[in-house]
Design a protein around this ligand. Structure first.
Ligand code: FAD
Ligand code: NAP
Length: 339
């Protein structure tokens, strides 16, 4: 049943714990309630903002209109052909609990994506990725509601136009759809992806007798916990900047000047730089001021210790300017900023 509340604090609904309020707010746990909410807002000419776990947003001010908190549940095996499984997941399912559930069921493929905060419905928005695996490699389709028409539709991987931490939903599809479920392509036969250096190193240290998806998940969680601040303890939104991708000529110039620059050649001839290295080398690691700062262990993560969105963005802007002037590389914000 639709329950619209007014002037709701969103501080506990975003992992940066930024103070902001929703003019109107509702939680939706069925497609029908979602449709009701969309029509309610449309009739009043209100703006609609969808929130999942709030782990990739920067809330600058109070949000006008209706904030919809996604809570549609459900995890189910849709069909199996040989080893191949199609698993449908409600948009409101917690991503990490989903990963754990799939491992317990013997549905493999998400292990490298363990411990990513947020909900399943947001995973396609930035094509979540970690430790050498991206959602797009495990994606079959999604179901969504088109906000302006309130029509239901299904979208394929091609429709989603996945890119590096990118999709159609960050461009032409921005604010046009509410994703209600995601169907993943998993396997009953483990196919481990162990190429990622930090994962390899952790496995060498453990020297396990057997490599299993459950072990990979455990090791990924261990590595993540050792480097990343837990948002429940120190509010953050993960990587604040995307890794920039530059021309190989620019990379050649930079590496001659900075021999320890971290860069990874891509299939298209471009080179992906580690944004964390650039921010660190520009001298920002551990800097704290006005209640916001750069994490001590991971320069890519900005943290909030009682500041606000404006202070956080001012810091991010100063970091970007200094990286641009020192390296000639433009940094792009990863989280979505709500002005
Ligand atoms: P939110 O922050 O709530 O929303 C993000 C955007 O998606 C918003 O624009 C929102 O409107 C939209 N959205 C959310 N749900 C829906 C929906 N159902 N329909 C339509 N639009 C929707 N990301 C990675 O890719 N890899 C990582 O390894 C990773 N590690 C992280 C570690 C930490 C500690 C933190 C805090 C973040 C990390 N992230 C990572 C970023 C973040 O967890 C992901 O982007 C995640 O998918 C966001 O999910 P969410 O539910 O919190 O989305
Ligand atoms: P890391 O292992 O210290 O590596 C630093 C960067 O180098 C990463 O951003 C990674 O790019 C890149 N990299 C490392 N090895 C690579 C390889 N063999 N080929 C191509 N690129 C390589 O990174 P970290 O900060 O601890 O994060 C570990 C993983 O978790 C990464 O995949 C990262 O994306 C993910 N993560 C994401 C967020 C987020 O909010 N988006 C937050 C925390 C962690 P990629 O980022 O492209 O993998």
């Amino acid at each position: 049943m639709l329950d619209i509340q007014t002037a709701v604090s969103l501080q506990t609904f975003n992992t940066l714990a930024l103070p902001a309020r929703a003019e109107f707010f509702c939680r939706v746990d069925t497609d029908e309630t979602l449709l009701e909410a969309l029509r309610w807002a449309r009739d009043k000419g209100l703006r609609i903002t969808v929130l999942g776990g709030g782990s990739n947003v920067v809330l600058l001010n109070d949000i006008p209109g209706l904030v919809i908190s996604m809570a549609i549940p459900g995890i189910g095996l849709q069909h199996q052909i040989g080893d191949q499984l199609a698993v449908r997941v409600g948009a409101g399912e917690n991503w990490h609990l989903l990963v754990q559930r799939t491992l317990a069921e013997g549905w493999y493929g998400l292990e490298n994506l363990s411990l990513i905060p947020g909900l399943a419905g947001a995973a396609p928005i930035q094509n979540i990725g970690a430790y050498g695996v991206e959602l797009s490699e495990r994606f079959l389709s999604l179901e969504a509601i088109h906000i302006p028409s309130t029509e239901r539709l299904s979208m394929s991987a091609d429709d989603c136009r996945f890119g590096y931490r990118d999709s159609f939903f960050k461009h032409a599809g921005r604010d046009q759809y509410v994703i209600t479920s995601v169907t993943l392509s998993l396997s009953s036969k483990p196919q481990l992806h162990l190429d990622y250096p930090a994962l390899q190193q952790a496995l060498v240290e453990r020297n396990p007798t057997e490599l299993t998806p459950a072990l990979i998940s455990e090791v990924v969680c261990e590595v993540r916990r050792s480097k990343l601040p837990d948002p429940a303890v120190l509010p953050n939104a993960g990587s604040f900047f995307k890794n920039p991708v530059i021309a190989k000529e620019q990379y050649a110039r930079l590496i001659s000047q900075y021999p320890d620059l971290v860069g990874y050649p891509q299939a298209d001839g471009l080179v992906k730089l580690a944004a964390g290295w650039l921010v660190d080398r520009a001298g920002w690691k551990g800097v704290m001021r006005d209640g916001v700062g750069v994490h001590q262990q991971q320069a890519l993560v900005l943290v909030n210790r009682g500041g606000d969105g404006a202070k956080l963005l001012a810091l991010a802007d100063e970091i970007s300017q200094s990286v641009l002037s020192q390296f000639g590389v433009t940094l792009e914000l990863e989280p979505r900023v709500y002005p």
